[in-house]
Design a protein around this ligand. Structure first.
Ligand code: CAA
Length: 256
């Protein structure tokens, strides 16, 4: 049975469902490899313009699979080349929306934070409890959480394993939107469809500049922004969008 299920619920939208309900969608080595393969394929799928990733009602993902990690040491961790699995997600040029219900803990919280937008059901719980296991986040948790919510709230969570509710995560800036629990995937799919209806090259450039610019100096980031913004003036979709506005009609985007 596949540990990640791929669906195409709407035009240009892919939905990835983590499928280990018996283990709260813990990220087993097999699941991470399947996720990697899906993200690599979707990155190159011209028909895909937005990706939603979700778990089930009880867990988005409860972190790395503790049972698979209990007996392994640093050499095996390094040999597993898990960085490549995560890189496929972090380097994916398509917008990613995490639809989070239930627990998003450890690697599960890191997976949610790898998305560009996080939609949370009101009962969702976020946390990085690795410290309780004698380890620490290893897939960007210390850095992405700190960038999202600031040093002092991140330290509180990372050093104590304290969790945040969806409402707290929204107030802290970790979550983009909180919705009723039974509407999480629907709300994420609706956002995905809206993004998929936008000119794809503009969407890709906005994602690229936001992510690259976050780690650059302001001057460098603004230079990146300006170059990308000028380049978009060379696309057919820019001409189509502006002419459609002037002609008072709906634009039809070709992704060129
Ligand atoms: N790894 C492996 N199995 C897990 C798991 C995990 N991370 N989380 C849950 N499971 C399994 C449980 O062992 C249990 O299996 P059995 O039925 O065979 O006993 C099943 O899923 C259901 O779990 P619970 O009975 O515990 O369910 P619950 O609803 O009472 O609690 C929970 C849910 C709060 C998520 C709890 O399971 C929990 O605390 N899980 C561990 C969370 C955690 O510490 N995550 C960090 C992992 S380390 C990491 O992620 C860092 C990294 O990348 C290297």
């Amino acid at each position: 049975m596949a540990t990640v299920l791929l669906e195409h619920p709407a035009a240009h939208v892919a939905l990835l469902r983590l499928n280990r309900p018996e283990a709260r969608n813990a990220l087993s080595p097999e699941l991470r490899e399947e996720l990697r393969d899906h993200f690599l394929a979707l990155a190159h799928d011209a028909d895909c313009r937005a990706i939603v990733i979700t778990g089930d009602a009880s867990a988005f993902a409860a972190g790395a699979d503790i049972k698979a990690m209990a007996d392994i040491g640093p050499a095996e961790m390094m040999a597993s080349d898990d960085e490549a699995n995560w890189a496929a997600i972090h380097n994916c040029p398509k917008p990613i929306i995490a639809a989070v219900d239930g627990y998003a803990l450890g690697g599960g919280c890191e997976l949610a934070m790898s998305a560009d937008i996080i939609v949370a059901g009101e009962s969702a719980t976020f946390g990085q409890p690795e410290v309780k296991l004698g380890i620490m986040p290893g897939a960007g948790g210390t850095q992405r959480l700190t960038r999202a919510i600031g040093k002092h709230r991140a330290m509180l969570m990372l050093l104590t394993g304290a969790t945040m509710s969806a409402g707290e995560a929204f107030a802290a800036g970790l979550v983009s939107q909180v919705v009723d629990d039974d509407r999480t995937v629907e709300a994420a799919l609706s956002l995905a469809s809206k993004i998929a209806s936008m000119p794809p090259i503009a969407v890709a450039e906005i994602k690229r500049v936001v992510l690259a610019g976050m780690d650059a100096s302001l001057d460098t980031a603004i230079m990146l922004e300006r170059r990308a913004a000028y380049l978009l003036f060379g696309t057919h979709d820019k001409n189509e969008a502006m002419n459609a506005f002037i002609d008072k009609r709906k634009p039809v985007f070709s992704g060129t």
